[in-house]
Design a protein around this ligand. Structure first.
Ligand SMILES: [Zn+2]
Ligand SMILES: [Zn+2]
Ligand SMILES: [Zn+2]
Length: 118
């Protein structure tokens, strides 16, 4: 098999027999911050996180409407992500649960953290 497709990251000079395999490489290679769902080449972990947040943001306000539209188009581009740690979830309730845990531990930190002297 001939390798005819180059990795789209300029810094990477690996070649692959097909687009599919090239995308799989970007997905599994730790050097690449690639979003497989949107075929988005992130330049850094932060950039990829920002991409996910941007994709998620409209859904926070118009979830039902946008979900209906995705269904019509037969394609789902939504990301459900925690903007603090970048973790992704399959469901909104999974994200909510995670965020409750995180905010609780932040609260604990605030309650028991070092006191500021007056
Ligand atoms: Zn690559
Ligand atoms: Zn994406
Ligand atoms: Zn988180």
């Amino acid at each position: 098999m001939m390798a005819t497709v180059k990795c789209t990251y300029e810094s990477c000079d690996q070649w692959f027999p097909s687009e599919r395999e090239m995308q799989l490489h970007k997905y599994i290679d730790e050097k690449h911050d690639y979003c497989r769902r949107c075929d988005y080449d992130g330049t850094s972990w932060d950039d990829l996180l920002q991409h996910k947040i941007d994709a998620m943001a409209p859904y926070l306000f118009e979830l039902k409407k946008l979900e209906r539209e995705d269904k019509k188009k037969g394609k789902k581009i939504m990301h459900v992500v925690c903007e603090f740690c970048g973790e992704e979830f399959k469901t909104w309730s999974g994200r909510d649960k995670h965020r409750t845990q995180v905010s609780q531990s932040l609260l604990v930190l605030r309650l028991h953290g070092p006191r500021k002297g007056r």
